[in-house]
Design a binder for this molecule. Structure first.
Ligand code: BG6
Length: 247
């Protein structure tokens, strides 16, 4: 059983010296009692929590770069979820990292799901040594294992779940790429914390910065934002509606 939104930092996947997806997702974060202000209306009318991660001595042995990682998780009354990550270099030297909000979505039946917004884009196929390919279909649908990093993807993509008549709208800022992952049948059987059939009712769509790592000079800060909302599938991608939801 897996779920939630894992923070992949300072490394996405296995493209580096660290363990898969970096160490941040395995850490205990502390409550940030006095976070520096975000935009004035960032969390107006929402419930939110501010979390803080700093590297431990052991982390610094593996990855010798001091940082402060501030994460605000906000939930609106209508269920819209926003995550804002701010990573500051408090090191004497520049450092680079890759990043993803590894987002597990619950779907009714993966074979009936489609993603809109990624058509015609270039992607790295992680199932084939990150070969660079171009998406040909009208929308992304699923009939086998998929593990792709879509490059320079739009600010908003939609995951349409026909059976449940529900659409997830995923917005992102500061995150050029979108990762799409479903392990399908064979890989599911090799994953100890994942049921053999669970691939049928899940899908990961991650706002990410993978192809080009983010570099921070000493004192610099990076911000990456994810907005997740679920709407009825009759929802039309009216720009005004998206804007009213903060996309
Ligand atoms: O099992 P993990 O470490 O949580 O990773 C799950 C998957 O996460 C995806 O984001 C990667 O693209 C896949 O390659 C990986 O298998």
């Amino acid at each position: 059983m897996r779920g939630g939104i894992q923070i992949c930092y300072p490394q996405f996947g296995d493209c580096g010296l660290l363990d898969q997806h970096g160490f941040a997702r395995n850490k205990i974060w502390v409550i940030d009692e006095d976070p520096p202000p975000l935009y004035s209306n960032e969390s107006t009318g929402k419930s939110f929590v501010d979390l803080l991660l700093k590297p431990s001595e052991d982390d610094l042995k593996l990855w010798p770069h001091s940082f402060e990682f501030r994460l605000r998780v906000s939930l609106a009354v209508d269920g819209d979820l926003t995550l804002v990550s701010r990573i500051r270099n408090i090191n004497g030297k520049p450092f680079s990292f890759s990043f993803a909000y590894h987002t597990y979505l619950s779907v009714s039946d993966i074979s009936e799901v489609r993603i809109e917004g990624l058509e015609t884009l270039d992607y790295l196929d992680n199932l084939s040594k990150r070969e660079l390919l171009t998406e040909q279909g009208d929308a992304i649908t699923f009939e086998s294992e998929m593990d792709r990093t879509y490059l320079r993807s739009p600010k908003v993509v939609a995951v349409l779940d026909h059976e449940r008549k529900r659409t997830y709208v995923i917005g992102k800022e500061g995150l050029p790429d979108t990762v799409v992952w479903n392990p399908w049948e064979k890989k599911s059987k090799t994953m100890a914390d994942f049921g053999d059939d669970e691939y049928k009712t899940m899908l990961c769509v991650d706002g990410a910065a993978v192809e080009r790592p983010i570099t921070l000079k000493p004192g610099e800060e990076w911000t990456g934002r994810l907005m997740l909302t679920a709407v009825k599938s009759s929802f039309c991608f009216d720009q005004l509606e998206l804007q009213s939801k903060g996309f």
